[in-house]
Structures are given as structure tokens and as C-alpha cells.
Design a protein around this ligand. Sequence first.
Ligand code: FAD
Length: 349
Amino acid sequence: MRGRATIIGAGVAGLATARALALEGWDVDVRESAPALPGTGTVLGLWPAALEALEAIGAGPAVRGSGVRVEAAATTGLRTPAGKTLIATNGGGKLLLIRRPLLLEILADGVDVTFGAEVAGPRAVDGADVVIGADGTNSRTRLAVFGGQYAARSLGAVAWRGTVEGAARSHGETWAPGALFGISPAGPDATNWYACLSAGQPFDPPHLQHLRDVFGSWRTGPAEVLKRVTEAGILHHELLEVPRLPSYSCGRVVLVGDAAHSMAPFLGRGACEALVDGVALGRSLGASASVADGLAGYDRARRARTQRLVGISRLVGRTAMMPRGFRERNAVLQAAGAVMGAAGSLKRR
Ligand SMILES: Cc1cc2nc3c(=O)[nH]c(=O)nc-3n(C[C@H](O)[C@H](O)[C@H](O)COP(=O)(O)OP(=O)(O)OC[C@H]3O[C@@H](n4cnc5c(N)ncnc54)[C@H](O)[C@@H]3O)c2cc1C
């Protein structure tokens, strides 16, 4: 079917959905509260399913042309702060890294976005067959439809992240009780970094000295990266997730992206799933005879899968920063890494 859709939010989810619906012949308008697309932001890693979604909405070539493949030879893996390797892996070339502002710019090309247009809630939207809440983790659309018990909840952890110029000598994640530090390539001459601490509340600025105090002595590269970080280049926030919703739609209103399933960042999948949501919703509405059927088809295609990822991502974070039992965990990881390594060398023979 065809119809008219209003999308609340011009993030990855809203823009991908707008493109997918336009391809199905829908008349789409996007309302964004911010005055413009963001000019700054860190790097997102896009997995193959997200790249397929980008191809489906005609953004594949531009994203592939602007992103950077993780070098197949780039050594990544898990280590302890003392530098002991738990699991060594190769980057593998399947992940494409792209700066978030660039991805948004590509997605917004050709989409009708009204900036500076804050929407009070789905009831404030007239004349649309479908209202799409793509308004992020603290979605007003979700609260209006499902109520305050579905407000995003704290995961008891906070994160800092940023991108610095220059390559880093080593990549990968370092796991310690209550803390984690990650370093990944962000291009031929840039490095993405992130740090997490188990903590109830976000920290007050300044952040840089605090990060150096906590992570500076780790032997896995944080000091080298933090030397290049500036206070202004640090993003800091609490980690949140959305409780399991009973449905991703209600009446003519439907949720996509973080509004539906905001998750901890430990799988690096939030934006990827937002892209896949957009394509799934566009296809389902385009192929259905009614809005009700189209929204039900989207819910069937996406809810169970994304809610499973929310749980797995939370578990990975808890396992990474577990305060007790980490020696046993490390022994299991090292043994698993050795088995995987042996299997790899047998295959190569
Ligand atoms: C530390 C960290 C690292 C991450 N790394 C990765 C990664 O490597 N790979 C990956 O796939 N994902 C990653 N993610 C997740 C990813 O950033 C998000 O899942 C993704 O950006 C969600 O997009 P969205 O469009 O759903 O929401 P948002 O990006 O939050 O967009 C929502 C938009 O709605 C607008 N809005 C809100 N309310 C209103 C309103 N009332 N009216 C109008 N507009 C409104 C907002 O201004 C915003 O532009 C990471 C997240 C974190 C925290």
C-alpha cells in the first residue's frame, strides 16, 4: 500500500525509514528538533546486515565510498590491563567504519527534513496514516503510547568516547573489574576510543584527567591514545536501555531504532539495527494491504531479534566489567582463544 507518514527524529533510524518508505511510493516528512544535522560525532561500526540495508535504500555506494574497512590484518582482541591476551582476533574486513555525521549526511540526501521542529508527541501529528517514532532512547513517542514504565533505564555504567588523529599501535578491548577501554581504527590516520566504568551517575567535567588517572597505567594503549585526546573532544553519558516492549506499534504509531530497543553499546549494533528496522518497516508497509498488517509484519520481523540483542549486549557489558570471578572468566577466555587458534591452524594446513 501507499500512504502518508510523519517521522519524528532525523537520526539513523528516522532517515533510513524515510528513504525506505519513499522507495515504496510513500509521501514522507521528517521532523527533527535539532536545528541541523550534527557536525561532530564519533565513528560507528557497520556490520554486513547494516551494509545490506544501506544498499537497499540506495545509500550503499556513498557509504562504501566514505567509510573505512577494518584491515584484515589489524590485530584486535581482548586483553587484561597488565597486557595479557585473553583472545586474539583479526579485524577481518567485514566491518565498515564511518563517522556518524557523514552517515547522517548521506542518509539525509533527498529526504524532506524540517529542522527545529520538536514534536510534542504522536497526537500532535495530523494527517498522517502512520506516525513513526524515531526519536531515540528517551523517545517521547514511546512514553506517550506505552507509558512511563517503559522509560529508558540505567545500566549502572557510564561511557566516554571520541576519535583522535593518528593511528594507534594496538587495537582491541581491555577488560578489568568495573572498567573497560577500547581502541579501534577510525580510518588510515585516525583512532576511535571508548571507555566505560561501572558507576551509578555520569561524572562532572573535566573528564580527561580522570580518564588518565583510571586508565593511564594500563599496558594496552590507553595512555598513548589519551595523550591525544582534548577535553572538548570527549563525549560522556550514562548507559541506558529500553525495557522489553509488548509491541513496537500501537494503532497508527510505530517505533524504530533506539526508540524501540536502545541497547548498551557493547555489541556495536544500535545504529546497524536502526538501519535494518527502517528497511523492514518500509518493505512491510509497502507489501501490505493495510497499515495494521504492515505494522504487524514489521513487529514480527524485528521485535524478538532486537530484544534478544538488548539482553546480549547487557550481558557482554556485565561480563566485561564483572567485579568478581574475573580470574575464572579470564582462564575460560584464554582456553577458548587457544582452542579457536588451534582450529584455525588446522584449517590452514
Ligand atoms: C558508546 C556508544 C558507541 C556506539 N557504537 C556503535 C557502533 O559502533 N555501531 C552501531 O551500530 N551503533 C553504535 N552505537 C549505537 C548508535 O549510536 C545508536 O543506536 C543509533 O545512533 C540510534 O539511532 P536513532 O536514530 O534510533 O536515535 P538517535 O540517533 O538518538 O536519533 C533520534 C533523533 O530524534 C530527535 N528527536 C528526539 N526527540 C524529538 C522530538 N520530540 N521531536 C523531533 N525530533 C526529536 C533527536 O534530536 C535525534 O536527532 C553506539 C552507542 C554508544 C552509546
